[in-house]
Design a protein around this ligand. Sequence first.
Ligand code: AGP
Length: 599
Amino acid sequence: MCGIIGYVGESAAQSRLVAGLQKLEYRGYDSAGIALVDDALSVYKQVGLVGDLDLPADSPQTCGIGHTRWSTHGRPTDANAHPHTDCSGRVAVVHNGIVGNYDDLRAELPDHEFQSETDTEVVAHLIEVELEFTDDLVAAVSAAVERIEGSYALGVVAAGHDGIVVARRNSPLVVGHGSDGNFVASDVTPLLEHTREVSYLEDGDIAHVTREGVEVRHDGASVERAVHRIAWDPDAAEKGGYDHYMLKEIHEQPQALRQAIAGRIDAVEERVELDLSLSAAFLDSLDEIQLVACGTSYHACLYGKQLLESLADVRVTVEFGSEYAVGSGRDPERTLVVGVSQSGETADTLRALRTAKRTGIRTLGVTNTVGSTVARECDDALYIQAGPEIGVAATKTFASQVVTLALLAIDVADSRGELDPADGRELLSNLQALPGAVQTALDRDEEVREVADAYAGGDAFFFIGRQFATPVALEGALKLKEISYDHAEGFPAGELKHGPLALITEGTPVLAILTDGARPEETHNNVKEVQSRGAPVVAVTSETGREGDYEVGFDVPDLGVLEPLVANVYLQLFAYYVADGKARPIDRPRNLAKSVTVE
Ligand code: AGP
């Protein structure tokens, strides 16, 4: 979950590396560093944010690599920060991934002196050994990576050697084709201000990036990687006047939702057009759809499961990517595995998709990131079209994932001949009304801040809902945990009395969702249960005339099973303002990273 950047060209590299790393800091922020190279190598690295790096005023070097770290092996220390160098101090390496056999490799280099506790440093020493036999840095890196067991996106420079050598296996790496030089990066975000022409490297690729061009090799042979034009504009990756990316992205939801349905609803035929290669015959033959994901995406799958089962009459299971196994008794021909991942790079979800593919199961990737590994490795890709999401806590992409799964549910139901026209019509019209309804919730932003300020001191927080609101209750709790560091839990409301009710006191605010699609009547009884233990209740409800039943009530317009998605906006804002009130680093919460690229 680290961020890598590299530049070689006509201009000074230092400022470009620093600016690029700041755009990548949502991938990890334990430490940062850069290496600048010409006939000599200069390395600057330390614990903390990129902006705190102690750098010379104006380094002339026009080639360099940089790194922002999310620690996996070795605590956040200056010595463990990347870039790592070899004994000669002439080779520098930045790495995103895990060198699983680093201990064994270190043991094979007894004469080498290691400065850090990291798995990565041994790679610099392996390259040092190879450079004793060849003066070709590409060949040296190729030989070194042969010895690595694990995952890597590597950037390598060496004094006296031209350009940057990069290599990838199970970790994302993009090349940016610029006008005054070329770039490498972990994703496109830092490249947008320089170029929109990018190439995605494949697993096993090794590329030599120079100011003149990019030479890619695969299994020793020269290969061409397609150049893609990125649609996102650079401003999309800016804060746009908000204090945090997270708040900006919460407020971008109406636009993101319009983009998710844009061009996919045929309002005349009341049908959905998703441009997938899943044939009606295949969809009709399906016994089961397995949804696999992690974190917020997993919550979106819990919502999607109910939409698919209620409309398409097909068995749907939801699995954590890290726990996934195909399961016995499945007919691979009649099973579809759908991997849902905002980043498209989450290692646990990728592992699940690869497991399914190996057993001959068809796979569909639902992702926000064009060109991501999930999109390229699945048989089909369905984009949620939410635009870049920089804040580590996923917000707009949750709603866009649910809406995209709703479109998929209508498409699958239609193909299976199971779609009840009235249900289809209602959901399609609610999908088109959803952006406006979300805007009504966003317009009550200030009121939510007051409620958050009032309850921020809670000992712990509980989120409850039923049916379509259960995933939203889980999501609300996850958001609060991630950014405020408070203890928060989400439950199906009916589960409280089977144990968690013991945790309820005057000091534990309960956020309850009582909308359509959430069996509000029954949830109301659970609200009474917690109120009778003194807990203050913040309710998001579509019921009329009950506002007085709760300490605080927010209402949502009539949108059927999509109402919990509007309720989710109140929970996102609540979490944001509780964390903001506690001055938390909201866009970069401790110990987390935006895309988790190791298992
Ligand atoms: C959510 O706020 C977190 N960032 C995290 O749980 C995230 O949803 C999870 O890591 C999955 O990421 P993905 O959607 O990019 O696969």
